[in-house]
Ligand binder design. Sequence first.
Ligand code: 5GP
Ligand code: ZN
Length: 135
Amino acid sequence: MMEGCIFCRIANGEIPSKTIYEDERFRVFLDLGPATKGHALIVPKAHASDLFELPEDTAAAAMKLAKKLGEQMVNNLRADGLNVIQNNGEAAGQTVKHYHLHLIPRYKDDGQHILWNPGEVSPEELDLIAAQIKG
Ligand code: 5GP
Ligand code: ZN
């Protein structure tokens, strides 16, 4: 547990939450500021501030849970789709510095705007960017 981290306290049961799933490694609970009905957070019990600090096997287990619980949520809530979102860093919209994976059920005409505005890029720029990423 990390001192002063709210998700450490929630994940480890110190602060109550509307839990929809729990095992030794994770707690999954409903978001208090939901984007849509059923918006939930997959949160590891061991503190890691973001994806880069998260052990690889925990990252893999979180995605397996997203698949299982996401399907259950879509079926049982009769949702029309699901966004699986994970923010790293303030620039990316991360507000709680304890890794979490958002499960956001989507409903036709739910009025949310989770997609981005597509930009423009030339084939030459794409070549440069791909090379830059590969390092
Ligand atoms: P982020 O912006 O860091 O990706 O997402 C943080 C999420 O945590 C937000 O959707 C916010 O509504 C949710 N959140 C923040 N504090 C609490 C809390 O104390 N309890 C619950 N259940 N959700 C929280
Ligand atoms: Zn924490």
